[in-house]
Design a protein around this ligand. Structure first.
Ligand SMILES: Cc1cc2nc3c(=O)[nH]c(=O)nc-3n(C[C@H](O)[C@H](O)[C@H](O)COP(=O)(O)O)c2cc1C
Length: 208
């Protein structure tokens, strides 16, 4: 139901305070299954996710994240790794630089929304020392941490933060053309443009 989906994304907030209640196994499974439905480059799913519940390891992760101590207080942490090796084989540098990181972050995004759909709170943590995080969970060299997702039962309900306006983030056709209030008009106009062939298009880009 589309309406439920939009209500879900609009009501999600980063949660950094958690109750003592654990996240049960069924919820964990649902979250991991949601992550596992994410799209990925070439369907390779070039990511790994490590489930951390152990208090000592959570504390280590908090320090690896430069002292973000709420990580220690979250009963469940998921560490998403980009799997360089898996992407490299098929996609070379682009796989290593981009695709495996996107695979890992899209999966983490699905997990975060799944957690919210289950009534759990979460926060996405990106500020950490890569090597320290990898060492915390014994990850090998080809696995580079992309996201630490802390999950638990929320003990706070923060207000939403303001977002940039659509006219600021979205552009029409070219990066310097703001969308303003002309969304519909712009889309109709775009669909009426004649279609160049791919070869013509690439030649034009190369020549400019
Ligand atoms: C790539 C990325 C990195 C982030 N890193 C951190 C972090 O290290 N620590 C933290 O407390 N929040 C972190 N956040 C959460 C953001 O602060 C939060 O999403 C943002 O302030 C918007 O608030 P909201 O999630 O409640 O909408 C990160 C979010 C993203 C997407």
């Amino acid at each position: 139901m589309p309406c439920d989906f939009f209500r879900l994304i609009n009501s999600r907030r980063s949660i950094r305070e958690f109750t003592d209640e654990n996240v049960d196994g069924e919820s964990l499974r649902t979250i991991l299954q949601a992550a596992n439905t994410a799209p990925s480059a070439g369907d390779l799913q070039a990511f790994e996710v490590v489930v951390v519940r152990d208090i000592v390891r959570r504390r280590q992760l908090a320090y690896a994240a430069f002292g973000q101590l709420f990580l220690e207080r979250a009963p469940l942490i998921l560490v998403f790794f980009a799997d360089h090796q898996r992407s490299l084989a098929r996609y070379g540098d682009r796989g290593v630089q981009l695709y495996c990181v996107q695979d890992a972050t899209i999966a983490a995004c699905y997990a975060q929304l799944a957690a919210h759909a289950l009534g759990l709170g979460s926060v996405w943590v990106g500020a950490f020392d890569d090597e320290a995080v990898a060492a915390c969970v014994g990850a090998t060299h080809n696995l580079v941490p992309a996201v630490i997702l802390a999950i638990g039962h929320p003990a706070e309900s923060p207000e939403g933060t303001p977002r940039r306006s659509l006219s600021d983030v979205a552009r029409v056709e070219e990066i310097n053309k703001k969308i303003e209030d002309l969304i519909e008009e712009a889309i109709v106009f775009a669909t009426q443009s004649p279609e160049p062939s791919v070869e013509e298009f690439l030649r034009e880009i190369r020549d400019n």
